[in-house]
Structure formats: structure tokens, C-alpha cells
Design a protein around this ligand. Structure first.
Ligand code: ATP
Length: 459
């Protein structure tokens, strides 16, 4: 983006939120009832983008010799969450303002705005200093529900707050059924739920979200090597998927969770500031040891070469699918001044909004247009659409000026627009326009499939 055309940071969030609604990426959950705080629905384009984020992650992580996938159930035995430490430790300190009744996480007062709209720009920490808050109380973030018809304490179950525990409890099952030898990993993606005290920054912190996690089981003597390996792998993946390098950074944890020996986050620069998108942790043998203790079942590894028997260490890579979705959107959002041809042949300039998403992530891979709706161009364009649709998500559009159709596709990140024009009628060639450069080339319509295939190969 040219320097003079930098979009103001504070405006970007509003623009992205409005684009998401207008073009069908994200809707408020139960919008017609006024919405449900911290929950969102993915619309027709959003669901494609989210599926693509998960798909590229799944391929990246499990199309390897030494990583297997699983899909564990969301409801698990309640003892799982005692063993994992979530019942005891998974809480945030909560405070209430006695004056405006707003509720805050006590450890986030510096970044939270005061709940009283009359005090514009005032941070909650100021109200704290003035003694307006209640004492901090610990609030467990797990959602509780009941299994079976009786709502009593013996039937309490939790909606999982992370997917990782479904992996640990299946360690023996996967090891034995897949005949994997250490080191090997188990990957899982799926929904997780946290009753966050404050949900904010759109999709960044929600109460229902999806995670993409992988637990890599290793010999404890090799923990440093594998920790470094997975750090590198994960950072490289975000960059390969189109993240701008300058928008990513490492955050090294100095204060470690009770189970961790080392922890780093990959942070992305969101419009509101830097925020974690993935954590890479050395969780030692904590989880397998705890589950051994609580279940009475040994979760260990026997090395048939060295004859050693031990509890493996775990290197975890833990990303949010929904949070990465938001980061990819912010990373891709751009506006630029372009030349526009008017109907009387004169030229003027306009701002185009473009989502520069990696083609693999783009919700729609190609749009097909007849230049004008006559001379059989529509029929040819419909036929091309139907052929491509066997393999790709494509969109047919014959309404409005072609320039307007390009803009509509730019805005939802479609990497290629194919136009059938009068030349097509003579030589079966079509124009194919690339979203970012707006460059057009002519190719034979029978080569479109091959063309898209080559562009959609992960590289
Ligand atoms: P935070 O400090 O932001 O609450 P965390 O350190 O508790 O996050 P983890 O438990 O490490 O997060 O979760 C792993 C990943 O899951 C995060 O990097 C993030 O991408 C995602 N995630 C966690 N909580 C949420 C949430 N409330 N909404 C959306 N994504 C989340």
C-alpha cells in the first residue's frame, strides 16, 4: 500500500467488521434476537475461509510420517479436567466496578476501557486506583453442563476448554493402533469453549472457538531439539500462508504455567495491537503423568532398542483456527487507489478494497464473467463455471459493469477472474485476471483447470 494511502489502524477494525457482515464472512450469533456475546456465525464466505484455514493446517501437520490425527469428543469424563488441572487452576481473577457495574479481568485493567461511557478514553486501571472495584474473585472459565436427565453434581460434565486433553487420553490407543515409534505426534482440530470474562476485539477472544493443536511425544533427552524444530516449523507455515513477516513476532514467556518448561507464542499485529495466535510449549511429562495418576492406566513408552521405559515429554503446538482466521483477514485487508474507466471513456481514480488472501485460503478460487450478456457469451461462461466447479469453488456473475464485478471479487479475496469476451467466440481464449497485480493474460479455455491447479498448489 502506498505510504500516503495508509489506512488508519483504528478504522481498519470497523472496516473489516463491516466487510465481514456485508459480504457474508461473519454474522453475530442469533442476530435477530440481539446477538449472544462472544459467539459468532460464519457466513457463506466465512465458512469457506475457515475450512481452508483448517484444511491447510491439517495437511501441513498430518501429511507427515510421524503425525497422526484424531477427533475426540467434546464432552469428556469429568476426571479428565481434574487431572489436567483445569478444575483447580483454569480461572481468571474477576473484579466488578461498584460505580458502573462493568466486569473486568483483574489482570487486564491497563488495556481495558472504563465501563462508563461518560469517561471517554479512561482506562479501567484508573478506577481501580480510585478504589472503585470489588475484591478480585477467581472465576473458572469452563462451561458446565449435565449428562443425562438429572441436574445434580454427580452428572456434571464440561465443554472442553482445549482440545489437547483428548489427545493425551488417547496416547495409548493411537500409539498401539498406528504402531508409531517415538518421536511422533497426534493432531486434532475442533471446538473449544471458554466462559471468558470479557470478550472483545471481534473474533480474537470469543466464548466458542476452534483450536488446531498437535502434541508431539518425545524422549525427554531431546526436548530442546524438538522445541526448536516445532517453533521453526510453525513460524514458517504462517509465512508460507501469506502472513507478512513484519506482522509476526515471538513472545517468550518468562512466567511459565505450572506444567511448562518453556513456552513461546507467535504473535500477530492485529489492528488493536499484538496478540497471540499460537503457543508452542514444552509441557514435559506433566499431562501423561497426571492422567496416569488419575486414571490408574500407565501412559508410557517402551523403547525396544534401548529397553528404556519412560513417560514421554510433549512439545505442543496450539493455535486457534478462529483467531488465525481473523489474523489472516487483517493481514490480507488492503485498500489502494486504482484507475477506473468511466462509461464515457474518460478515466478517474477510485479506491479498491482487496483481500490479498493466499489462493489456498481464498473462499472462492475463481469468478467467471461474460463480458456482455449477448452473442452466446453467457452460455460459454456458464459452461466454464460448471466444468471448473467439479473441482473448485467458483462463482458466476453476469450483472453490472465488468469493473464492478472485479471489485466485488477483490473484496472477498477471489484470486482469479475469468472473462469471456468477443475474442472467445473466435478462438476459445478467455482473459484471466490476477487479483493482486490486476494483470490479465489470455489463455485457452481448456487450460483453465490446469492453470488453477498449478496456482493452487501449496508452495
Ligand atoms: P489468551 O492468553 O489469549 O487467553 P491462552 O494463552 O489462554 O490465550 P491457549 O490456552 O494457549 O491460549 O490457547 C491456544 C490458542 O487457542 C491461542 O493461541 C488462541 O489462538 C486460541 N484461543 C484461546 N482462547 C481463545 C478465545 N477465547 N477465543 C479465540 N481463540 C482462542
Amino acid at each position: 500500500m502506498p505510504e500516503n494511502n495508509k489506512i488508519k489502524k483504528k478504522d481498519i477494525t470497523d472496516k473489516i467488521v463491516s466487510l465481514c457482515k456485508r459480504r457474508g464472512f461473519i454474522f453475530q450469533s442469533s442476530e435477530i434476537y440481539g446477538g449472544l456475546n462472544g459467539c459468532y456465525d460464519y457466513g457463506p464466505l466465512g465458512v469457506e475461509l475457515l475450512r481452508n484455514v483448517k484444511e491447510v493446517w491439517w495437511k501441513e501437520m498430518t501429511f507427515r510420517e510421524n503425525v497422526e490425527g484424531i477427533d475426540a469428543s467434546i464432552l469428556m469424563h469429568p476426571r479428565v479436567w481434574e487431572a489436567s488441572g483445569h478444575v483447580e487452576h483454569f480461572s481468571d481473577p474477576m473484579v466488578d466496578c461498584k460505580e458502573c457495574k462493568a466486569r473486568f479481568r483483574a489482570d487486564q485493567l491497563e488495556e481495558s476501557d472504563c465501563g462508563n461511557k461518560g469517561y471517554k478514553g479512561r482506562k479501567a486501571v484508573k478506577c481501580f486506583e480510585e478504589g472503585k472495584f470489588t475484591e478480585a474473585r477467581n472465576f473458572n472459565l469452563m462451561f458446565k453442563t449435565f449428562i443425562g436427565p438429572l441436574e445434580e453434581s454427580s452428572s456434571i460434565v464440561y465443554l472442553r476448554p482445549e482440545t489437547a486433553q483428548g489427545i493425551y487420553v488417547n496416547f495409548n490407543n493411537v500409539k498401539e493402533s498406528s504402531r508409531q515409534k517415538l518421536p511422533f505426534g497426534i493432531a486434532q482440530l475442533g471446538k473449544a469453549f471458554r466462559n471468558e470474562i470479557n470478550t472483545k476485539n471481534f473474533l480474537y477472544r470469543t466464548r466458542e472457538f476452534e483450536q488446531m493443536e498437535m502434541q508431539f511425544f518425545i524422549n525427554p533427552a531431546e526436548d530442546l531439539k524438538w522445541f526448536e524444530y516445532w517453533k521453526e516449523e510453525r513460524m514458517k507455515w504462517f509465512i508460507r500462508m501469506g502472513m507478512k513477516k513484519e506482522k509476526l513476532r515471538w513472545h517468550v514467556h518468562e512466567k511459565l504455567a505450572h506444567y511448562a518448561k518453556a513456552a513461546v507464542d507467535i504473535e500477530f499485529e492485529f489492528p488493536f495491537g499484538w496478540g497471540e495466535i499460537e503457543g508452542i510449549h514444552n509441557r514435559t511429562d506433566y499431562d501423561l503423568m497426571r492422567h496416569t495418576e488419575f486414571s490408574g492406566k500407565k501412559l508410557e513408552y517402551f523403547d525396544d532398542v534401548t529397553k528404556d521405559r519412560y513417560i514421554p515429554y510433549v512439545i505442543e503446538t496450539s493455535a486457534g483456527a478462529s483467531r488465525s482466521f481473523y489474523a489472516f483477514l487483517c493481514n490480507a485487508y488492503d485498500e489502494e487507489e486504482v484507475e477506473k474507466e468511466n462509461s464515457d471513456g474518460t478515466k478517474s481514480s477510485e479506491i479498491r478494497t482487496v483481500l490479498r488472501l493466499h489462493p489456498l485460503l481464498a473462499p472462492v478460487k475463481a469468478a467467471v464473467f461474460p463480458l456482455v450478456n449477448r452473442d452466446g457469451m453467457q452460455e460459454i461462461a456458464v459452461k466454464i463455471t460448471e466444468d471448473l466447479r467439479k473441482k473448485f469453488k467458483v462463482f458466476y456473475d453476469d450483472s453490472g459493469a465488468v469493473g464492478r464485478r472485479y471489485r466485488r471479487q477483490d473484496e472477498c479475496g477471489t484470486p482469479f477472474c475469468i472473462t469471456v469476451d468477443s475474442e472467445t467466440l473466435y478462438d476459445d481464449s478467455v482473459t484471466i485476471r490476477e487479483r493482486d497485480s490486476m494483470k490479465q493474460e489470455r489463455i485457452h479455455k481448456d487450460r483453465l483447470n490446469e492453470y488453477l491447479n498449478s496456482k493452487l498448489n501449496d508452495n
